[in-house]
Design a protein. Sequence first.
Length: 77
Amino acid sequence: MLLDLSKEQLGGLRRALEARVRDMHMRLGGDPGDEGFRREVILATQLLRQVEALERQAGHRAWAIGDTESLPEEDEN
């Protein structure tokens, strides 16, 4: 899949993903037994990392998502 995004759109996408991932991590902390949601958090976090990498490639500063931790991919099984 190919997306054609402007610099402004790429930044907006990153900020939206940051907020979503942060909210998802907070919810996951309250309900750690929801495996479907846990997989969604992992995928959203991976997507955020990809968008941050695209931003770096485009010469933008990628902002950290705060104190939110990435979930280990190995726990997915």
